[in-house]
Design a protein around this ligand. Structure first.
Ligand SMILES: NC(=O)c1ccc[n+]([C@@H]2O[C@H](COP(=O)([O-])OP(=O)(O)OC[C@H]3O[C@@H](n4cnc5c(N)ncnc54)[C@H](O)[C@@H]3O)[C@@H](O)[C@H]2O)c1
Length: 404
C-alpha cells in the first residue's frame, strides 16, 4: 500500500559505502530542494543485527531489520533502496516491485543479462500500476555533467566525432589487498568493467544521446590470487582471519578493461576502466569532440567543465574553464552562492531529488531499468569480445524475448 500522505517512506538494504551515500541523500534532499514529497528514513536492513543497529543510529534511520523480505512486505514502506552487491539486486528489486514498492537500485543493475531482463520485466509490470524504478548512475547528476549534456544537445559542439572516456582508480594495486566481493565474479558480475566502466558507458551515452552498437575489447587480471579478507566495506578491507592465516583465493574478475566502440549516431569511442592506475583515485574523465567544438569533464575537478568553441575567431580560441556553480546551472540553485562548490555526495542528493519528483508527478524516472539493461548489454559485449581475442562484437539488441 502506497502512502497517501506527503511522505515517501524509504526502506534501504545495505548500509556500507553506498548505504552511507544514499542515507546522506535521503537526509538532505528535502532540506535543500523544494519537493512535493518528503523522504522519511523509515528502516534500514543488513545481515548483522548489531552492525545494522549501529548503522541505523549513525546514519539516521528510524528502525532497523535483518530481514529484507520483511522490509519489502511492510505496509509502511513506499520505496526500497537497494545498496547491496550485484548478486542480490535482482531478487530484492523484483520482490519489492511485486509488492508495489518503488525501487532505486544501485548500478550495475545486475550481474547477468538474464537477471537484468527479469528486472526490466518486473519494472514494466509494476509501472502499469504507477510503481517507479530507477538505477543509480549518480554521475549523471553532477551539475557539470548535466550541463555537458545540455550543451551537446543544444548543438554547441556540432556533430559528435570522438568520445574519449576513462575511469581510473588504484585501490587494489597492492597484491596483498584482500579478495573482497568486488573481485569475485559470482558476487560482482565483473571487475573494473562493471563497477566503474558501467559509469562511463552510461555517462557518455547520457551526454551524447548515442548508444554503443559494437565493441572490440580486452581485459586483464594483473593479480590472480589474493589473501582472503577479514572485513571489508566499500573500497577498503583488512586481510586475514585475525589469527595470522595466509589463506588465499582466486580473483575471478578483470582488474582492467579497455575497448573501442562505435555508436549509433556515428561517433567512435575509446573506453578504459582500471583499478591499477597508480596515483589515480577516482579519475573519471570524459572528453567529447564535435564538428564545432569540444567539452571535457574530470571528476577530480567536478565543479568545472571545459569547453572549446571552434566557431569563434581563431585569435581567441582556446579551452574555457566554466565554473559550474551559477544558479542557472543544473541543480545549483538549491545550494550555495556562485563559486561555493559542491562534492561527491551531492550527486546522490540530486538523484534522490529527481526520483522523488518523478514519483510525485507520475513521470518515469531515468535512468530506467531498461536504460540500465542497455548498459549491461554493452558490458556483456565487452566480455564476449575480450573472451574471443578482441574480435568485433555487436551489442545485443535491447528488445529480446524476456522469460516471464
Ligand atoms: N553509484 C556509485 O558511484 C557506486 C559506488 C560504489 C558502489 N556502488 C554500487 O553499490 C552497490 C553496493 O556497493 P558498496 O560499495 O556500497 O558495497 P559495500 O560492501 O560497502 O556494502 C554492501 C552492503 O550490502 C550488505 N549486504 C550484502 N549482501 C547482502 C544481502 N544479501 N542482504 C542484505 N544486505 C547485504 C552489506 O552488509 C553491506 O552493508 C554495488 O552494486 C556497487 O556496484 C555504486
Amino acid at each position: 500500500m502506497l502512502s497517501t500522505q506527503s511522505h515517501l517512506r524509504v526502506g534501504m538494504v545495505g548500509y556500507a559505502f553506498m548505504g552511507a551515500a544514499h542515507s546522506q541523500a535521503w537526509r538532505t534532499v528535502n532540506r535543500f530542494h523544494d519537493l512535493p514529497l518528503h523522504a522519511r528514513m523509515t528502516a534500514v536492513c543488513g545481515r548483522d543485527e548489531a552492525k545494522v543497529a549501529a548503522a541505523a543510529a549513525r546514519l539516521g534511520w528510524d528502525e532497523h531489520t535483518t530481514d529484507w523480505r520483511a522490509l519489502v512486505a511492510r505496509d509502511d514502506i513506499d520505496l526500497i533502496d537497494v545498496c547491496t552487491p550485484g548478486d542480490s539486486h535482482a531478487e530484492i528489486a523484483i520482490a519489492a516491485l511485486a509488492a508495489g514498492k518503488h525501487v532505486l537500485c544501485e548500478k550495475p543493475l545486475a550481474n547477468t543479462i538474464d537477471e537484468a531482463r527479469q528486472m526490466v520485466a518486473a519494472a514494466d509490470r509494476a509501472a502499469a500500476s504507477g510503481v517507479r524504478s530507477m538505477c543509480g548512475f549518480n554521475y549523471r547528476r553532477v551539475p557539470a555533467v548535466a550541463l555537458m549534456r545540455r550543451m551537446v544537445a543544444g548543438g554547441r559542439i556540432g556533430d559528435i566525432r570522438h568520445i574519449r572516456a576513462a575511469y581510473l582508480q588504484d585501490w587494489i594495486t597492492d597484491p596483498q589487498f584482500p579478495l573482497v566481493w568486488r573481485l569475485q565474479k559470482d558476487k560482482a558480475g565483473s571487475g573494473a568493467l562493471g563497477d566503474i566502466g558501467a559509469h562511463i558507458i552510461d555517462l557518455t551515452q547520457f551526454v551524447t544521446g548515442q548508444h554503443i552498437t559494437g565493441v572490440t575489447a580486452l581485459t586483464e587480471t594483473f593479480v590472480k590470487e589474493r589473501p582472503l579478507p577479514q572485513a571489508s566495506s566499500g573500497l577498503s578491507a583488512a586481510a586475514g582471519d585475525g589469527n595470522g592465516s595466509a589463506a588465499t583465493g582466486l580473483v575471478t574478475v578483470d582488474d582492467a578493461a579497455l575497448f573501442l566502440a562505435r555508436l549509433d549516431g556515428g561517433a567512435v569511442a575509446t573506453y578504459e576502466a582500471t583499478r591499477f592506475a597508480t596515483g589515480r583515485k577516482n579519475g573519471l574523465r570524459v572528453e567529447i569532440n564535435g564538428s564545432l567544438g569540444s567539452v571535457a569533464f574530470d571528476f577530480e575537478r567536478m565543479n568545472e567543465l571545459e569547453f572549446y568553441d571552434a566557431t569563434g575567431p581563431s585569435t581567441e580560441q582556446g579551452f574555457t574553464r566554466i565554473l559550474v556553480t551559477e544558479p542557472e546551472h543544473p541543480y545549483m540553485s538549491a545550494w550555495w552562492p556562485p563559486g561555493h562548490g559542491i562534492g561527491y555526495e551531492h550527486s546522490f542528493t540530486h538523484q534522490a531529488r529527481d526520483l522523488i519528483e518523478a514519483i510525485a508527478t507520475g513521470a518515469a524516472p531515468a535512468p530506467s531499468f531498461t536504460d540500465a539493461l542497455q548498459v549491461q548489454l554493452v558490458l556483456d559485449a565487452v566480455l564476449r569480445s575480450a573472451g574471443q581475442g578482441s574480435g568485433w562484437t555487436d551489442v545485443e539488441p535491447i528488445l529480446a524475448e524476456v522469460a516471464a
